[in-house]
Design a protein around this ligand. Structure first.
Ligand code: AP5
Length: 216
């Protein structure tokens, strides 16, 4: 969890690879639906492009299907879901019905102005999805994906105005989810400083996760 641009996607990819987990990013799943141009995708786009949350009833259906289909040996890592207390409650019920429970919540934080700089400089490959930053993680050839050579694109919701709205939405609707998990027996909430460079944030997160494992 964490505000937009804190580095959730960047770190989730690394952690999923390291721990052999399925990386289930609600934002990536919704953007694929949007790009496909389905009725559902067009409905999602109305909210996403305005920096608002997609309604719970849509999100819960789509994410439940993604979780049910995931089959990685290390389990799954949720990135961007749940984002409202209602989503968190449904997730709890579904996990409990399956005899499972959420054991760790990683919260990556960063200052607002750093977030705006990260988001407005983000570019990604429309083919392979690799994420870059014009200043912090530039591609080898300006504007082109290192792996595919195709032109990098900017997300529709990555303007400064929309990111400030996304931050407001995060504070109002998603921060209460962190409070919901904090202090719950059997669930560790790990607070990570996302302001450091990418490798340092990975090292801090892995160290915190190793600490949880050692206690188990
Ligand atoms: P989503 O795609 O989840 O967007 P977000 O939460 O706003 O997060 P971002 O993807 O923008 O940021 P990130 O933290 O992953 O940062 P990243 O690693 O890319 O959701 C999009 C929309 O979908 C939502 O607004 C909503 O409408 C809808 N939605 C999704 N889930 C929903 C749900 N559950 N309920 C309802 N609606 C939902 O990094 C950002 C940039 O910074 C990159 O360029 C990266 O290269 C760079 N960077 C990352 N880490 C560092 C670092 N340590 N140092 C320097 N640069 C860095």
């Amino acid at each position: 969890m964490g505000p937009p641009g804190a580095g959730k996607g960047t770190q989730a990819k690394r952690l999923a690879e390291k721990f052999d987990m399925a990386h289930l990013s609600s934002g990536d799943i919704f953007r694929a639906e949007k790009t496909g141009g389905s009725v559902l995708g067009r409905e999602m786009a109305r909210y996403m492009d305005a920096g608002e949350l997609v309604p719970d009833e849509i999100v819960i259906g789509v994410m439940t299907r993604a979780i049910t289909k995931s089959k990685a040996p290390g389990g799954f890592l949720l990135d961007g879901f749940p984002r409202t207390v209602a989503q968190a409650r449904v997730l709890d019920e579904q996990l409990s019905a399956a005899g499972a429970a959420l054991d760790v919540v990683v919260v990556i934080n960063a200052e607002d102005e750093l977030i705006v700089e990260r988001i407005t400089g983000r570019r990604s490959c429309p083919d392979c999805g690799k994420v870059y930053h014009v200043k912090f993680m530039p591609p080898k050839r300006k504007g082109l994906c290192d792996a595919c050579g195709v032109e990098l694109v900017q997300r529709d919701d990555d303007s400064e105005a929309v990111v400030r709205q996304r931050l407001e939405t995060y504070r109002r609707q998603t921060e209460p989810v962190i409070a919901y998990y904090r202090g719950r027996p059997g669930c560790e909430v790990l607070d990570i400083d996302g302001g450091a460079n990418v490798d340092e944030v990975t090292a801090l997160t892995v160290e915190a996760l190793d600490g949880v494992k050692a206690k188990a």
